[in-house]
Design a protein around this ligand. Structure first.
Ligand SMILES: COc1cccc(CC(=N)NC(=O)c2cccnc2OC2CCNCC2)c1
Length: 389
């Protein structure tokens, strides 16, 4: 398949697969900052760049509405991600963020926001190297402007602005195959509200299954079963950071979280991210951790329901409580919080518990990519310890 744009970029090329003369690591060396293009790339005439200050409620609403109406849909175009404003403000402003990496495109005449792309700084370990990267996300072009080749120029512009901050690598995911995935994950879903999921066409009634039998199949206890299972609090940040850093060491690619990262990414935030831990009742040692983020989807064209309330598995660590029981408690609290479905990728150790927790395989795949960093041998999903929003 021709990838006109990606064949010009420093990414693993399909033609290089298996060429073990190429070393792992950066594909191109950094450019001296004085040689980085100082001015923005050219857009088609009637469009202009805009930097989106996500601390402005008004700008947040513009980005929210662009994504709500034009961002990723499932393969059958039944659902579209509907990230909340609060979620976007959180996702785009972690410690050390750059407003200049929150890039919009406006129509000059109407000043309407018609496209967006974002980057945030992240320290990602690849095997035994911690690399400063940009995590690229929320690339969105208005439905009416598709195939105007806006995406390549937006990707070049965010790359240019990342280079200006002396960062030369990036990480991103996509539902489509591009040169060249470092791994390809399956996604899985666990029904929490099976009746609604069937009514909206997310799930189908199993063969030889009645609705009441299906509701019973997915029923969960009213509260978590693990003694000492509780919501994470700010005072837990040091202990959770230690637990998570040790746990993530086993994966080939994983975030290098410090306490300020954990405080931002994992402290519970209403309708954005939920996190829980297990504190041993007698020793008060924190032995386990689980978390999920809130990403609703708009239900396109259903008379009864407009929104699918979905939880997405985030980071989980089990050192004492079996992962199966820990994740089941996560399902229980997600059901308590009225989520309709709990989604997970087969990354980290998830694959080992998904089937037993009654997850069903989704109908798509999520591919992970690194920019300007070669990993000759693709990873298995179980070797990946990175979850992007
Ligand atoms: C249910 O509503 C949907 C609305 C749009 C797309 C999809 C299918 C899909 N593409 N799902 C995922 O990418 C996915 C499935 C399980 C876990 N994380 C996921 O994606 C995350 C991570 C990448 N950025 C989007 C959210 C589903």
């Amino acid at each position: 398949k021709r990838h006109k744009f990606w064949e010009t970029q420093p990414v693993g090329q399909f033609k290089d697969i298996g060429d073990s003369s190429l070393p792992d690591g950066p594909i191109e060396p950094p450019t001296p900052l004085s040689e980085v293009k100082q001015e923005p790339y050219n857009l088609p005439n009637s469009y202009e760049w805009t930097t989106c200050d996500m601390s402005s409620e008004e700008i947040c609403i513009e980005v929210y509405n662009l994504l709500k109406n034009n961002y990723v849909e499932d393969d059958e175009n039944l659902f579209r991600f509907n990230y909340s404003k609060e979620f976007l403000g959180w996702a785009l402003r972690p410690p050390g963020y750059f407003t200049s990496w929150h890039i919009g495109v406006r129509a000059k005449a109407s000043k309407k926001l018609v496209a967006f792309i974002s980057g945030i700084p992240a320290r990602i370990r690849v095997r035994d190297e911690v690399v400063k990267m940009a995590e690229i996300n929320f690339l969105c072009v208005h439905k009416k402007l598709r195939s105007k080749r806006l995406a390549p120029v937006m990707i070049k512009e965010v790359t240019r602005r990342v280079h200006l901050e002396n960062i030369w690598q990036a990480a991103y995911t996509a539902g489509v195959v591009l040169p060249t995935p470092i791994t390809t994950c399956q996604y899985w879903h666990r029904s929490l509200n099976p009746k609604k999921l069937i009514d909206v066409g997310f799930s189908r009634l199993g063969a030889r299954m009645t609705m009441s039998r299906t509701i019973k199949l997915y029923k969960l206890p009213d509260s978590p079963v693990t003694p000492g299972f509780r919501k994470m609090e700010r005072r837990d940040v040091p202990a959770v950071t230690r637990l998570l850093r040790i746990y993530l060491r086993q994966f080939d690619v994983a975030p290098d979280f410090d306490e300020s990262d954990v405080e931002h990414w994992l402290l519970p935030k209403e309708s954005v991210v939920d996190s829980f831990l297990v504190e041993s009742p007698d020793s008060h040692v924190i032995t386990d951790f689980c978390s999920f983020y809130t990403l609703p989807s708009s239900i396109l064209g259903n008379q009864t329901y407009s929104t699918l309330k979905a939880a997405y598995s985030y980071y989980n660590v089990s050192t004492k409580t079996p992962l199966l029981q820990l994740m089941n408690d996560a399902l229980i609290v997600a059901k308590q919080k009225d989520f309709d479905v709990f989604n997970a990728l087969d990354v980290m150790e998830n694959e080992s518990v998904l089937k037993e927790l009654k997850f069903g395989p989704g109908d798509g795949q999520l591919h992970y990519y690194l920019y300007n960093y070669r990993i000759r041998h693709a990873l298995k999903p179980s070797e990946l310890g990175l979850v992007l929003l």
